[in-house]
Structures are given as C-alpha cells and as structure tokens.
Design a binder for this molecule. Structure first.
Ligand code: HEC
Length: 290
C-alpha cells in the first residue's frame, strides 16, 4: 500500500471515529440543555398561574364577596382567573398551555383528557410526588408537560366542591348540581398541567450541532490537504528521486547529479548517506577498473 494511502486511510478512520464520538456527546449535551430550557419555561408558566390563583383568592375574592352573593362571578374563582390569564397569553404563544384538569370538574371544559387522567392517576397512586415531568408527541411536534397535583388540603374548598347544598346557590344555578362535587379532604382531584412546545429549542440544538460538525469537517479537510502536500514535498518526492537514482547506479549509470541535502531532517540525512554510499561505490568501481 502506498505511503499516502496509508496516511490518508489512518487519518480518515481516526477522524470518522472521533467525529462520531463528538457528535454523540455534543448531541446529548445540546438536547439536555434544550430540555432544561423548556423545563425552565414550564416552571415559569406554572409559577405565573399559581401566582394568579393566589392573587385572586387573596385580593379579588374578598373584594367581590357582596356581588357574588347575588350573582355568581367566576372572576373570583382562582381556577378561572389562572386559566383566563393563560388564555390571553396564548394569543401570542399559541403552543403554550396551562390547564387545571380534574376527573370530576365544575366546568366541563376542565375535564381531564386520557393523558391528563393518567397524570392525575399517577399523583393519586404516588402520594409523595410533588411534580410530574413528561413528554408527549403532538401533530406540532414534541411537547413537555410539567404537572403538580391538586390535593384538597383546605376545608374552604369544600364549600363549593362537596355537595350542591353547601355551595352558593348562584354557583349551582350557573354550573348545575351534577359535576364538580363530592371532593374529599386529602383527595387528589386533579392537576395543574403546563405544556410547553419542545420543537423550537430542539431544532435550534440540532442546528448548532450541525454547524459544529460541518466546521469540524472543514477543519479536517483543510488539515488533510495540508498533510498530503507536506507528505508529497517532504517525503514522497525525495524518496522517489532516490529510488530512481539508486536504480540507475545499480545499472552502472553514475550520470545523475548528487542530491542537494538541505536541512536536518531524516530525509536530508538519508540523502547525505546516499551521496556518501554513491561516492564510495564510485571509488570502489574505479579501483576495480584500475
Ligand atoms: C366559591 C366557590 C369555590 C371555592 C371556595 C373553590 N372553588 Fe374551585 N371552582 C369553583 C368554580 C365555580 C369552578 C369552575 C371555574 C370555571 O368556570 O373555570 C372551580 C374550578 C376549580 C378547579 C378546576 C377544575 C374544575 O372543577 O373545573 C379546581 C382544580 C378547583 N376549583 C380547585 C379548588 C380548590 C383547591 C379550592 C380550595 C383552595 C377551591 N377550588 C375553592 C368554585 C370554587
């Protein structure tokens, strides 16, 4: 096998293995970073919804208590306020979602779908779990879900969610007596579920990885060209010259000029030794002829 072929083969194999390893590691890091970013966005949205709940319960509900006695105002209900605020946010970020999903909801729009019911069941089984992080495939790409359980820990909730008789009459008139009742203390009745699209950050991570791999490939190609030029000028060309010269001398032809051996590298010292050997051979031939 030719020298240049050996060098190129070894370099190409080493580069391919190195590139595959770099791609594998970088992909893992890029995807983990993208996921962490999505999870951070999800936590922010969750915190925002939870803050709106707290604000509504602490500030709005007491303010509208009198009006609520005559006409039920959903505006005073933390759940309604939190979801309403996110709906406004969705005008600009339609792929982001926040839902207060319940198995037996007051508002039928809050009824848990299949996958939401699975998350609620998870919280019902695992009573110590405080959050659930999952991933779902949707027609618009993968979506990260970040959920927290709704466990009834406050007796006040049961005023409106235990029996229709205990609930404010205007509320029952508005929502009906058939759903959203029968909740118990300590029971997980639903979950706050935030959905954040992952396709954009994952796509960005893939683009960055692609740019990294392309630039690594370009650097490698440039190095390969440089190595081939060097190999040719410094090693292959002088050795070819010496081979041709050695073949002529072996046939008794001393007409070729001696090598000009500049430098101190191995090829230059080989050229000097070659010249020496040639002179001794020429002398020996002269002695033989005499
Ligand atoms: C004044 C009555 C009232 C009280 C007190 C109340 N809720 Fe509600 N809750 C409602 C109404 C009405 C809705 C439906 C709001 C809507 O239309 O989105 C609701 C909705 C919910 C929902 C969304 C699922 C569903 O049923 O539609 C959850 C979860 C919830 N409430 C939890 C609680 C918790 C936890 C407490 C106690 C901290 C509580 N609620 C106290 C009236 C009340």
């Amino acid at each position: 096998m030719r020298l240049w072929l050996k060098f190129n083969l070894v370099m190409i194999i080493a580069f391919t293995v190195g590139l595959a390893a770099a791609a594998w590691f970088s992909r893992g890091i890029a995807e983990a970073t993208a996921r962490a970013q999505v999870l951070h966005e999800a936590s922010l949205l969750m915190q925002q919804a939870t803050s709106v709940r707290g604000y509504t319960a602490a500030e709005i509900e007491p303010l509208l208590a009198e009006q609520s006695a005559q006409r039920f105002l959903p505006h005073t209900v933390p759940s309604w306020a939190a979801q309403q605020v996110v709906r406004t946010l969705q005008r600009n970020f339609p792929d982001y979602d926040y839902k207060e999903a319940a198995l037996n909801p007051t508002n039928p729009a809050d009824r848990a779908t299949d996958w939401e019911a699975d998350i609620i069941s998870f919280f019902r089984r695992d009573t110590a779990a405080r959050e659930h992080i999952g991933e779902r495939q949707t027609p618009n790409g993968p979506v990260l879900t970040f959920s927290r359980p709704f466990r009834i820990t406050n007796e006040a909730c049961l005023t409106c969610h235990s029996t229709p008789a205990a609930a404010p009459v205007p509320m029952v008139e508005l929502y009906g007596p058939n759903n959203g009742f029968g909740w118990h203390m300590g029971e997980v009745i639903g979950a706050q579920i935030v959905s954040v699209p992952m396709s954009l950050p994952l796509g960005r991570a893939a683009q960055q990885l692609e740019a990294l791999l392309i630039s690594l490939g370009a650097v490698f190609l440039a190095m390969l060209v440089l190595m081939n030029v060097l190999l040719h000028v410094v090693v292959i060309k002088p050795i070819r010259g010496m081979t041709a010269s050695a073949e002529k001398i072996a046939a008794g032809d001393f007409s070729e000029p001696e090598f000009t051996a500049a430098g101190r590298d191995e090829i230059a010292s080989l050229a000097r030794s070659f010249n020496l050997m040639r002179r001794s051979l020429a002398n020996a031939m002269k002695l033989l002829d005499a």
